[in-house]
Ligand binder design. Structure first.
Ligand code: BJW
Length: 229
């Protein structure tokens, strides 16, 4: 086995103290998705959206990677082949754990984007609607995250990586959001062994050949040990 592609979701950061979206009491139980995670919601009320992401950014800087993030970084460092982490998460816990080969397909909390000219830059801790783009000076600053209806990042790298994968592993994602939710079926059809590591069966659980259910901080290090053995 040479190429492992790993898809992570909010569940891997849950034990670090960052909330998931669709679990009971999750982010979508407290915020209307159409208000805070669509371009239309941002156009209607940019201040509300900035407050939502400012609060999440402030929370994210105060948490640390858990044993699952650390195990994936160890896998990348010690595995003889290639390890690619595709994360749907906007936190930077994979990087802070030591992973280097990471694609943030849904963007990053620590990024700012000008929706006039497309320039992107490092986000300050607090962003506001009046913030001007450093390049075109338009007051059109938004978080550099991917909302519903927008094209995820890294598609040009992700598609060939799935096609070349010997193993595809999904960790802590509910399998409700596309295109990520289609990756297991896609990679499996192209020959990869598909593995689900999650607290409970995800919406697309049937697309995986192997399953292991439990807390990410326990099942991910155990799975990594097995690969490196
Ligand atoms: C644990 C645990 C522990 C808990 N240990 N596990 C109709 C049909 C099909 C598709 C569509 C449709 N209508 C529209 C679409 C497309 C749409 C979509 O998928 N909609 C669905 C709702 C149906 N998708 C899009 O619009 C995407 N763009 C797109 O498709 O462009 C077209 C295109 C595709 C391909 C090429 C070119 C063009 C964009 C999606 C953007 C998603 N954005 C968000 C918010 C922004 C980022 C942010 O603010 O953080 O991204 S939504 C939110 O969901 C966030 C997440 O990244 C994403 C996925 O959530 P995730 O990570 O799975 O979290 P949860 O909470 O759902 O699950 C957590 C899991 O962990 C659970 O299973 C728990 O059990 C588990 N867990 N604790 C282990 N301790």
């Amino acid at each position: 086995m040479e190429k492992i592609v790993i898809l992570t979701g909010a569940g891997i950061s849950e034990e670090s103290g960052l909330g998931t979206f669709r679990d009971a009491g999750g982010i979508w139980a407290r915020h209307a998705v159409e208000d805070v995670a669509t371009p239309e919601g941002f156009a209607r009320n940019p201040d509300l959206v900035h407050r939502f992401y400012n609060a999440r950014r402030a929370k994210a800087v105060g948490v640390v990677p858990n044993a699952a993030h650390l195990a994936l970084a160890r896998l990348e460092a010690e595995f003889s082949g290639d390890v690619l982490v595709i994360t749907q998460n906007v936190d930077d816990l994979h990087e802070r754990a030591g992973s280097r080969n990471v694609i943030h397909m849904h963007g990053a909390l620590n990024g700012a984007l000008c929706h006039e000219c497309g320039h992107h830059w490092a986000a300050p801790l607090e962003m506001h609607s009046q913030d001007a783009c450093p390049v075109c000076h338009a007051q059109a600053t938004r978080p550099n995250v991917v909302w519903f209806g927008e094209t995820p990042y890294g598609m040009d790298v992700i598609d060939p990586a799935l096609a070349a994968a010997d193993m595809f592993v999904a960790i802590g994602t509910s399998g409700n959001v596309y295109p990520a939710a289609a990756y297991a079926q896609h990679a499996g059809r192209l020959g990869a062994l598909t593995v689900e590591l999650n607290l409970e069966p995800s919406a697309n659980s049937r697309d995986f050949a192997e399953h292991c259910f439990g807390q990410a901080s326990e099942i991910v290090p155990t799975w990594v040990e097995g690969i490196l053995d």
